[in-house]
Write a protein that binds this ligand. Sequence first.
Ligand SMILES: [Fe+2]
Length: 362
Amino acid sequence: MDMIFRQLNPNACRTYLVGAKGSNGIVLIDPVLEHVAEYMELLDREQLRLTQVIDTHTHADHISGGPALIDLTGCEYLMHSSAPSQCVTSRLTDGFEFQIGSIPIKVMDTPGHSKDSISLIFPDRILTGDVLFLDDGGAGRDDLPGGNAEEHWDSLQRILGLPDHLVVYPAHDYRDRQPSSLGEQKKNNPHLKPQTKSEYVEYVGELMLGPADWMKDIVQANYACARDPNAAWVPLDAAACEVLGTSDRGANDQQVAEISADELKRLLDGGRAPVLLDVRESEELHGELGHLSGINHLPVGALSEHLSDLERHKEKQIVTICRTGGRSHTAAQILMQAGFDQVHSLQGGMRAWIQAGHPVDY
Ligand SMILES: [Fe+2]
């Protein structure tokens, strides 16, 4: 039996309509509340009957259309057994197999981005939710409620063990990347490159931004089965689930100038001190790496919301600082997008600073 498979949304959130030709039962995967009226119109127009909604995980960037679609169509609402949502009608566990028409689908637990993340394996494709994105999009972030980088690595190892021919369809894409085979992803996706669990945890840890408050609100709205699109505020086009997500669209493409630890030390010693902006989390400032004397502090996840605090430094040189240079790079991009034009990221972060033997406060 032939498969019907369509992606329905115009933006970064991907909603897949799946059905089997000759059977009028349709499944929507990861529907978005805002678009429910359009989905209903489409189902009506094509005389399709919605039988099931599946959410691959509790979303933090949009309110699920699942609960509203239960009301409108009487469909089932399926999520992982650990999903906190109150209105799930049927719960999925690892290895569970079911069919849409005659199309077999297998559930695989892939926690990491969230506790309740699943992937759906079809004979020719895999819907990965946010556990794996496409190409340099990497994978979903692990710093939202329920996220865990170690579990994410375990999940990616399971995905690496699947056949190369499966075409990867993620729940998000922020740059119009096209689905391609798992074999391609194994070559091109940085999250699938061979690395140990601890290397992965370190790599992802460096990219963690901390969830913005609006994301926590959306998670809560999804736990509570919100049917009102205004139940939580969603910023337009935020690349929320991507690892480098809370920066503005396009910010990730910008070139960032770096400054070495020695150059920065010379500036400080020469009385030409730039504004030092440490973008790590508060507890890290007093951890083993300490911090530079005289820093301003703003975690990178809060930067976009607090740019006005830095307005007085707009004409000055700013050096962004983190642990090894990942978050400071993102922070520099966010500042450049906002019109700060003398921004440098400290190359290698606090680690390089200490390695060079320069002084630190604790
Ligand atoms: Fe997500």
